[in-house]
Design a protein around this ligand. Sequence first.
Ligand SMILES: [Zn+2]
Length: 61
Amino acid sequence: MRKKEQKSGEEPIPKELFDILACPLCKADLEYTNDGKGLVCSGCGEKYPINDGIPVLMPKK
Ligand SMILES: [Zn+2]
């Protein structure tokens, strides 16, 4: 039986990219939001959306 590769949970961003992501405001690491559809800063709590697998790191003014 062939086993299908499965990713754990929703991870729309490639790991290589996710590893280098940092909050543009405070440079802290980013984490996925609870619903996995966005990113949240572990430092300041700023949230960022993910559009088509590309994180949009534009802080709201
Ligand atoms: Zn931050």
